[in-house]
Write a protein that binds this ligand. Structure first.
Ligand SMILES: Cc1cc2nc3c(=O)[nH]c(=O)nc-3n(C[C@H](O)[C@H](O)[C@H](O)COP(=O)(O)O)c2cc1C
Length: 282
């Protein structure tokens, strides 16, 4: 599977099959999950794949609230120290791990809210300086998803996505970016549209420069209530996930570019700036 295909097929899974994950797949996922990397904004999130051998898995399944997850054999747990754009770096790195699991044929579901943090904190050896923004069960999806899983998907509207005109703009927020004006980057934007987000709120707003293939990424925070806990801001995690999908799709398509955090002087009303993709192919 290519990365773009992987992004297209990924969807959240909360009900897992009894089938054990093959040892070679587990080893590959574990070594990738636990490898360190230097993400965009200088945070150093770390991840563990726990449950191999089954010793933690049963307890962790129970630690997911509302009985939302059943039968997961493994969990990815992530931790990061608070700092500027640490949530974005966390989301960027976590999503790479989710996509690796997806490409191995495994189901996942990023969870930032519906679990008790204590048992997972033990699983990763959380330090006092660190936050634990999200976890994900990992395993083979069961063919029939549970009723609770179905109910959650209905409430969150998980199957739906906002149309392009609500998220992608040309020059400023006044003009929608049509697919045929996005050139080779159309697929990268579509990959952002398909990304997972907390409560499926899809808070990504992207403004393309009028002349160049540069893309400014902004967060439109959901008004009315906070999606997060303390310093854990799940919509900032969503932004990191969007950067991950955009960049991986661009690299696979051979589009060169790099991220900069250089906010354009005119800030659109109600949006928070995250980063800009500067196209390198000019
Ligand atoms: C940062 C983040 C936090 C999430 N938190 C939860 C959660 O606490 N519980 C849950 O069941 N799903 C959670 N989800 C999954 C979303 O509900 C899901 O991605 C969204 O509804 C879109 O569905 P899809 O992933 O199947 O495309 C979270 C996703 C993200 C990105």
């Amino acid at each position: 599977m290519t990365i773009i295909e992987t992004i297209h097929v990924r969807k959240s899974c909360r009900t897992y099959d009894d089938k054990a994950v093959e040892i070679e797949k587990l080893e590959e996922l574990q070594s990738y999950t636990e490898s360190s990397e230097s993400p965009l904004f200088g945070a150093a999130p770390r991840f563990r794949l726990v449950g191999a051998g089954g010793e933690h898995a049963a307890a962790l399944n129970k630690s997911v609230t509302y009985g939302l997850v059943s039968g997961a054999r493994h969990f990815i747990i992530g931790a990061v120290a608070p700092g500027p754009k640490a949530m974005e770096d966390f989301g960027y790195c976590l999503e790479k791990r989710i996509l690796r699991a997806t490409s191995l044929g495994l189901g996942t579901c990023i969870m930032g809210g519906t679990f008790r943090r204590g048992p997972f904190a033990d699983g990763i050896g959380l330090t006092e300086e660190e936050l634990l923004p999200a976890v994900s069960p990992v395993g083979y999806p069961r063919a029939r998803q549970s009723m609770r899983d179905g109910l959650f998907k209905t409430i969150a509207g998980s199957a739906g996505r906002k149309p392009w005109k609500d998220m992608f703009f040309l020059g400023d927020m006044g003009a929608a970016l049509e697919r045929n004006n996005a050139g080779a980057y159309a697929e990268c934007l579509e990959c952002v549209r398909l990304a997972p987000s907390a409560l499926n709120r899809q808070p990504w707003r992207i403004i393309k420069d009028k002349r160049r293939n540069d893309f400014h990424f902004y967060l439109k925070r959901t008004p009315g209530y906070r999606i997060g806990f303390g310093k854990i801001e799940l919509q900032n995690v969503d932004m990191g996930i969007a950067l991950c999908h955009f960049e991986l799709a661009a690299r696979e398509l051979g589009l060169e570019g790099a991220w900069v955090a250089d906010e354009p002087s005119a800030r659109p009303r109600g949006l928070e700036y995250t980063a800009t993709w500067i196209d390198g192919g000019r």
